[in-house]
Write a protein that binds this ligand. Structure first.
Ligand code: APR
Length: 274
């Protein structure tokens, strides 16, 4: 295929993102992980599903970065996930070291690529990747708002018993306690949910959205969510690969916008090739 996406971290989020990229026919995929055999094994397994899933994406696995050279996008999921009782911020010391090393390697082999950061705590890991890569701010973006908005949309659809396709939602701010779901900009078939639900139900859905990650961690016990996070990262990748210029909530570096400086925060971003 003419597009190439590297996914670093062949764990739950990374492998699922690789699967979605391939099954949507978006790109070839290179899976990278420090564990020998795992990215190679998962890539081969996914390749062997290709005749059934009917895609021609080529998937390879690697423990080093030479194979990632010339990637259009690198999705960084390397790091440790949360366990019950942990906040995303508890991951910072471990994941900062990992993301720093990964971003530097990606930048060395794919100096023109766009980084989509998934590792948590998201906003801080974006900053680490931004500094380690040396990339301009338009090429370092974080996946949080697309996931949080998808969770909010799911809960709105469940509450009103309508198709998820009729829902639209915007969740901005941080990926954690400082998340800001925006009910006034969240709609069903164009109608704000503030006209469709009582305030206490909106508050309940907003609260469930803000704690959406913890709800899954509490159920899984051994790790954190990965199906929806992978979908969200791949929606961002698709917008970039196809130069869709799609407005999505993403973590981006603010330099004076909204009165903030030098912080990665979830804001509306127009995602396309540039
Ligand atoms: N380079 C490459 N891969 C690494 C490195 C590294 N330096 N360090 C760890 N990894 C790999 C691990 O070997 C593991 O396979 O990252 C993978 C992480 O996978 P999981 O443990 O399954 O975690 P996952 O659920 O995928 O979450 C990954 O995404 O959503 C966030 O909070 C989550 O920070 C976490 C990240």
């Amino acid at each position: 295929m003419d597009k190439k996406v590297t996914v670093v971290g062949a764990g739950h989020v990374g492998a699922t993102a690789a699967q979605r990229l391939a099954e949507k026919g978006l790109s070839d995929v290179v899976l990278v992980d420090i564990i020998e055999g795992v990215p190679q094994g998962k890539a081969l397994d996914l390749m062997e599903a290709a005749p059934i899933e009917k895609h021609d994406s080529h998937l390879t696995g690697a423990n080093a970065y030479e194979a990632t050279a010339g990637s259009d996008i690198a999705i960084i999921t390397a790091g440790i996930p949360r366990k019950p009782g942990m906040s995303r911020d508890d991951l910072i010391s471990t994941n900062a070291g990992i993301v720093k090393q990964v971003a530097a390697q990606i930048a060395k082999y794919s100096p023109e690529c766009i980084l989509i950061i998934v590792s948590n705590p998201l906003d801080a890991m974006c900053h680490v990747a931004y500094e380690a890569s040396g990339f301009p701010k338009n090429r370092v973006i974080g996946m949080a708002g697309v996931l949080d908005s998808a969770r909010f949309r799911s809960f709105i659809a469940m509450e009103l018993n309508v198709s998820v396709e009729n829902t639209h939602a915007f969740v901005l701010g941080g990926h954690g306690d400082t998340m800001v779901p925006l009910p006034r900009y969240s709609t069903v078939a164009g109608i704000p949910i503030t006209e469709l639900m009582p305030a206490d139900r909106i508050d309940a859905l907003v609260d469930r959205t803000a704690n959406g990650g913890a709800e899954i961690v509490g159920l899984l016990k051994t790790g954190s969510a990965y199906y929806a996070p992978a979908s969200a990262a791949v929606e961002m990748a698709e917008a970039i690969l196809k130069d869709k210029k799609k407005i999505l909530p993403c973590a981006a570096l603010l330099e004076g916008e909204y009165g903030y400086n030098d912080l990665f925060i979830g804001v509306p971003v127009k995602l396309g090739a540039g």
